[in-house]
Design a protein around this ligand. Structure first.
Ligand code: SAM
Ligand code: SF4
Length: 329
């Protein structure tokens, strides 16, 4: 078992399998993003071995992310391998994706054991989609979302709330998700990676999103807690959950049950802090897992109590100097 100094059990690991992506979302990457050389990225075998060790040490849920996880070559090998751990320690295998490759992979993912999936979609407007994602293809993503639905997966749409960009689409997104039986989670923009624009110009506090929803829909608190930042409400008219991820307006760390592995094998004990441990070293140094386990036990003792994200117009912008695509969302 991996237990941190604040007695929080680590039962959830997010694993980024690539820093590359076929989109260039304005809040996530700069358009001139430089990607890491291949040798610095864990191989699929190393990723599998690392995940197996986490499961052995009590991790129940694995989320594969990126970059865009589904553009990694032969990625189904990893899903197929990890799927075999389901029911043998692992309780859930899932992923976060931009949806661009789902038409191709949805069925295979479902067959490998992925029953729930998070798909990121910030707008239902094709032109706006292009301006947010730069290189994304809206029609392809829509086909991907419906392919995942068709394959039988339970879908959650993740939407980053942006001031003056999608704040006029909140109600429409709630309606569309309700019609399709999708859960919906809004995310506050986080200060990850230096960008051209000031984030305080984009930042929309989620209490404002909630007010917009309440202008049309009846919602009530939902007790669901996943150990993460999301707080949920139940929307009566659509009969779906709506989540709010509010790293800026609320602190969510006291129940944190997770760590993140960057595609380089660096483990971040907290998304909002810089401290990390390079798991690539024990993975490559020895074929036995003893050194890796020892490194993990030591690293967990360094998990901090919480993050200190801040977006304040009046102050100089403080940001975590990593882009989200490296650590994985
Ligand atoms: N490419 C996949 C996708 O977009 O779903 C997986 C990786 S992406 C980094 C994971 C999530 O992080 C997405 O939902 C994205 O909207 C979110 N994200 C990226 N940068 C962010 C930021 N600065 N603040 C808040 N959320 C961010
Ligand atoms: Fe790619 Fe996801 Fe980042 Fe968008 S949010 S650029 S889809 S990694």
């Amino acid at each position: 078992m991996l237990i941190d100094p604040f007695k929080r059990k680590i039962s959830y690991v997010r694993v980024s399998v690539t820093d590359r992506c076929d989109f260039r979302c304005s809040y996530c990457m700069s358009e001139k993003m430089k990607f890491l050389p291949k040798e610095e990225i864990l191989t699929l075998e190393e990723l599998k071995r690392l995940c197996d060790v986490f499961v052995e040490l009590g991790v129940k849920k694995l989320r594969i992310t990126g970059g865009e996880p589904l553009i990694r070559k032969d990625i189904m090998q990893l899903f197929d391998g990890l799927g075999k751990k389901l029911g043998k320690g692992l309780e859930e295998l899932t992923l976060t994706t931009n949806g661009s490759q789902l038409e191709r992979y949805a069925k295979d993912l479902f067959n490998s054991g992925v029953k729930r999936i998070n798909i990121s979609l910030d707008t239902l407007d094709k032109n706006k989609f292009k301006s947010i994602t730069k290189t994304g293809n809206f029609d392809k993503v829509m086909k991907g979302i419906y392919a995942a639905k068709q394959a039988g997966m339970k879908i959650k749409i993740n939407t980053v709330a942006f001031k003056n960009v999608n704040d006029n689409e909140i109600l429409n997104l709630v309606k569309w998700c309700g019609e399709n039986s999708f859960a919906l989670t809004f995310i506050e923009i986080m200060p990850m990676g230096k960008m051209g624009k000031k984030r305080s110009d984009q930042y929309m506090p989620l209490p404002e999103v909630r007010n917009i929803i309440e202008s049309k829909y009846k919602i009530s608190e939902d007790p669901l807690r996943t150990g993460g930042p999301a707080r949920y409400v139940h929307c009566h008219e659509t009969n779906e959950k709506i989540g709010f991820i509010t790293p800026l307006t609320h602190n969510f760390c006291e129940m944190c049950n997770r760590v993140r592995i960057a595609c380089t094998g660096e483990m971040y004990m907290c998304l909002g802090q810089e401290d990390k441990v390079d798991l690539k070293i024990p993975l490559r140094k020895s074929e036995s897992n003893d050194l890796l386990k020892e490194t993990l036990y030591e690293a967990i003792l360094r998990k901090p109590k919480g993050h200190d994200f801040e977006i304040d117009r009046e102050k100089e912008e403080k940001f975590v100097p990593r882009h989200m695509n490296v650590t994985g969302g």
